[in-house]
Design a protein around this ligand. Sequence first.
Ligand code: GLN
Length: 475
Amino acid sequence: MEALHELTIKKVHEGLMQKKFSALELAQAFFVRIKAKDKEIHAYLSLAEESAAREAEAVDLMIAGGKEIPALAGVPLAIKDVILIKGLPATAASKILEGYRAAYDATVIKNLKSEHAIFLGKTNMDEFAMGSSTENSAFGPTRNPHDLERVPGGSSGGSAAAVAAHMAVASLGSDTGGSIRQPAALCGVVGLKPTYGAVSRSGLIAMSSSLDQIGPFTKTVEDAEILFNAIKGRDPLDATSQESVNKNLSELRIGLPEEYFVGGADPEVIRGVEGVIERLKSLGIKFKTVSLPHTKYALSTYYIVMPAEVSSNLARFDGIRYARIPNAGKENLQELYLKQKGAGFGPETKRRAILGTFVLSSGYYDAYYEKAQKVRRLISNDFEAAWKDVDVILAPTTPTTAFKLGEKTSDPLSMYLSDVFTIPANLAGLPGISIPTKSARNLKPKELPVGFQLIGKKWHEADLLRIGQLYERTN
Ligand code: GLN
């Protein structure tokens, strides 16, 4: 049998039911593993050993009582530090929230608690989810478990690395422009960004509210389905949330968008994705080339809409409401605000808040924000047109494999390019999944993971999960 920390959600469930191990033994095995491994990876910002032990003991009691347990009962999970768990720290990897503890549970956490999942701790990320490498964390970067010199991607780098390094069975992240799919691709795990509205955002520290979605990182597509099913659904606390209709088409045709294959991507990424296409073709799936002509405007549209929403969402972090940095601003209230924000926010966060305030300011609003909203519509329309011919779109998740720490930090634009293939799905509100082209056990020494992406119609997560599982079985 595999080591305890290598199990999938599915296998944990089976093992617990067959009493091969207890939930407490399992949770303890993970803390042993984390203490041995996380010094070099730094996937976690904080651990929740005491509460995890209590949660695990409750599951063991249920099992001892002969009760049927839910699919996630006793499953040790890691949670991005932007999702609130009552009583635990929630820093969003920012100095401005250091010392803050969440006053309530996010809806996704309530859902997982009702399934008796176990929370191991909170994971590292780019500050307020802004970045593609986890180097923007105020508490130091996370490293890629496949090569410690390289980044795990971002912004949910800690959540991706925790699963890849077997320091959690699965985890949750958030995806505003690619922050689940891009780190999943770079770390060789599965990452699903649901349809906008499929998962409640209540209790998620907001970055860009019209784009943010919470989703799972897992070792298999099958596990992603289990975790997604547990967190999705309409929530009265998030007016944009809806019940997923869970559509599933009988015969799926896959589209290859020509704009995503125009060069600029690493040869190993292209090779990996072509291998996937060949494999799916051999299973009898039909492919067709499609065009998404406004793709080239997606990145610039995102970098108007997102900072505009960031500037308004970050206004509440003033050094009074949540946490306070010692000795920053004592003179008067105005000084306090200025010094708290000055000392509390990192450079990328400041850059985006300033940019966002600018694009919303009078005289510039029409030229930037309103225009970007119109282009956003054109990008959505491209997908609508493609759905006349195909049901799912397949593309690379990222243009490159994991890059070296420090390689892109001095050049924000090259960092922003990491998300060219993921941002369009956020702008159009569509579900997207990143799946490893090769399972981790088949990677050669020094070979870096490559991810391929499936983008689906709204509410059609089931299509992505089905094709993903089909592929996974051959992998
Ligand atoms: N990397 C992108 C950014 O920096 C996406 C972030 C995200 O999805 N949270 O904005």
